[in-house]
Structure formats: structure tokens, C-alpha cells
Ligand binder design. Structure first.
Ligand code: C5P
Length: 317
């Protein structure tokens, strides 16, 4: 199938306009990992929930250039703005796939902590794909964008749609789950981030010498809890196979988890590959008391009360 066709950037009043896209981060309600396959990736059974901490990407056309450039608002000065940034790679991939010659500038406002286990970089990439689609009127289908997303990273396809979804394969094969249940979380961001590959390597080290691991099958109790709005069953069904590996690499997190679990929260877990800790609470009142407690810990850089599910990457202007 050829993706090449006449594509013209979105204009407003004759001016080349910027497209603003907002994309949420995620927590994993369930994450079961198997032994790595020959490509180094781990087969997963995971359930993602998109939560309302958002990245914003503004994409605009640079008519007299061909490259992709990026500017960044971020509390973390180590986030790169060159081709090692996933958002820049997303724009380059989109340009290549759709035969776009003009340059693109991306302005990214980061609110999701980098290297926090909440897919901040993947959210930038998902937002960039949506923004480029709108900017160049490419009318890509969701399947087209998902196939680009899959080339960029395992978490990127989910963030295009958001909500709650079961994900298999590398975490990139998405089956949306319907639920009326709204969850409130207190997130505790740690001062130091964690590298996802390093956490998976530690997971492998912990299982070295044991038999071949396969990821768990469908997490039926969790799916039932989501369907029936059963918060106690949901709290009991949260699971993250990467938790111990993340704690080994970031021992301070154990104390954050302990305090979150003794704070009255329904449950607490590591988000994805960590080190963000997510405490599930009954509502805003309990959220504030858990937040106050977690903020007393020196290793906690900040906290945030969020809710999910929320929509994935969407155009705002
Ligand atoms: O797909 P993404 O680039 O986000 O993954 C980052 C790294 O995390 C991969 O290079 C791989 O080391 C590890 N990973 C994995 N198995 C997965 C997802 C990610 O081993 N299912």
C-alpha cells in the first residue's frame, strides 16, 4: 500500500498553523512478563490505564526547512531534543511514511516525569503522530497511526487511544476494555528515574536459571472488577511483575511503597518499570491525606492526584 499522496499542511487565515495535541501518561493495573524472545523484548500481558497527567506537543510546519527540530519545557534538563528523542523520531517516521518534504518544529511541554514508568516519552511520540496527521491533513486511519506507533515503542500504540486496554505482545497489541469505573490515584514521583531496559535486565537476572517464563493469561479478576465496578476486587487484582526488579535498582522506593500501603490507601504499586509509586484511593479526601504523608519522604520529589481512564492523544485546537 502506498502512503504517498498530495498532502498539504493545515493553514489558518493563510498562515501555517500549529497543531496542539495533548497526550496522557499511563499506569499499569496489571503487568505480567515472560522470558525475553530473540529480539530482546519480553512478552507481556498488561492492562494499561491512561491517567490525567498530560504532555502537550505543538507541531508546526517549517516551509523552508526539511528537518525536524524540537524545543522543550521540562523540569528535567537531561531530556534530549535531537534524534534520540522519541517525538523527533515520530515526526521523522511520519514524514518518511507520507512523503512530506517540509520541516516540522515540535514544542513539547513535559508534565510526565522522564524515566518514571508512566510512558512520558511514548506520550510525546503518540502526540506527535496525531499532530502531524492533523497538520498535514493526511487522514491516516487509527490502524495507520498504530502501525507507525508500534515502530516507535511498545507503549506508543496504547497512548493513541488511551482509556483502559489489555495489551499483549510487547505491550503493543491493544484490546480496549470498557468500564464505567473511575479510579483516583496518588502518584509519588521519585527523585531519581529508572531506565526501562535496566529494569527488564534486573527482572531477567532475578529469574536466571529458572524455567522459561510465560506471561500470565488474561487477568480475569481484574477485568471482572473493571466491568462490575468492584473497587475491592480491583485493589486485590493489581499486579506488577517488574516491582521487585525496580525496587532492587531503586531501594528507596520500598519505603515509599510501605508508607503508601500503610496510609489507608486501598493498594499501592509501582507504575510500569518504575520508579513512580501509584496509590489507589477511595476518592479526593483520602487522596489528600495519602498525598500529605507521602510528601514527607525525602526521596519523593513530588506528588500528584490523578484519575483515569482518560482519552488518548487528541487535538486541542
Ligand atoms: O518499546 P520501548 O522502546 O519503549 O522499550 C524500551 C526498552 O524496554 C526496550 O528496548 C527493551 O529493552 C525493554 N522492553 C522489553 N520488553 C517489552 C517492552 C520493553 O524488554 N515488552
Amino acid at each position: 500500500m502506498s502512503y504517498l499522496r498530495a498532502i498539504h499542511p493545515k493553514r489558518s487565515g493563510g498562515e501555517l498553523a500549529g497543531v496542539q495535541v495533548c497526550c496522557p501518561g499511563k499506569v499499569n493495573l496489571f503487568l505480567s512478563a515472560g522470558s525475553p524472545t530473540s529480539d530482546g523484548y519480553h512478552p507481556l500481558t498488561t492492562v494499561f490505564q491512561a491517567v490525567n497527567v498530560h504532555e502537550t506537543v505543538i507541531a508546526s510546519v517549517r516551509d523552508h526547512q526539511t528537518s525536524v527540530t524540537m524545543s522543550l519545557e521540562s523540569p528535567n534538563p537531561s531530556v534530549p531534543t535531537d534524534e534520540s528523542n522519541l517525538a523527533v523520531r515520530a515526526a521523522l517516521l511520519f514524514k518518511k511514511r507520507y512523503g512530506i518534504t517540509q520541516g516540522v518544529h515540535l514544542h513539547v511541554d513535559k508534565k510526565i516525569p522522564a524515566a518514571g514508568g508512566m510512558a512520558g516519552g511514548s506520550a510525546d511520540a503518540a502526540a506527535t503522530l496525531r499532530a502531524c496527521d492533523a497538520l498535514f491533513n493526511s487522514e491516516a486511519s487509527l490502524e495507520d497511526l498504530e502501525s507507525l506507533a508500534r515502530e516507535l515503542g511498545a507503549d506508543v500504540p496504547f497512548l493513541l487511544t488511551g482509556g483502559v486496554a489489555l495489551a499483549e505482545g510487547r505491550g503493543d497489541l491493544i484490546t480496549p476494555l470498557t468500564t464505567d469505573m473511575e479510579l483516583t490515584w496518588v502518584l509519588a514521583f521519585q527523585r531519581e528515574g529508572l531506565s526501562t531496559p535496566a529494569v527488564f535486565r534486573e527482572f531477567d537476572r532475578l529469574h536466571d536459571g529458572r524455567e522459561e517464563l510465560t506471561p500470565a493469561a488474561m487477568p480475569e479478576p481484574l477485568i471482572k472488577a473493571l466491568r462490575e465496578g468492584d473497587i475491592d476486587l480491583l485493589a486485590d487484582s493489581l499486579c506488577n511483575d517488574l516491582e521487585q526488579a525496580a525496587i532492587n535498582l531503586h531501594p528507596d522506593m520500598a519505603e515509599t511503597l510501605r508508607l503508601a500501603r500503610s496510609s489507608g490507601a486501598l493498594a499501592a504499586m509501582v507504575s510500569g518499570s518504575g520508579p513512580t509509586v501509584a496509590a489507589l484511593v477511595t476518592g479526593p479526601e483520602q487522596a489528600r491525606s495519602v498525598q500529605t504523608l507521602l510528601e514527607t519522604l525525602p526521596q519523593v520529589a513530588g506528588t500528584m492526584i490523578v484519575h483515569g481512564p482518560v482519552a488518548g492523544a487528541h487535538v486541542e485546537n
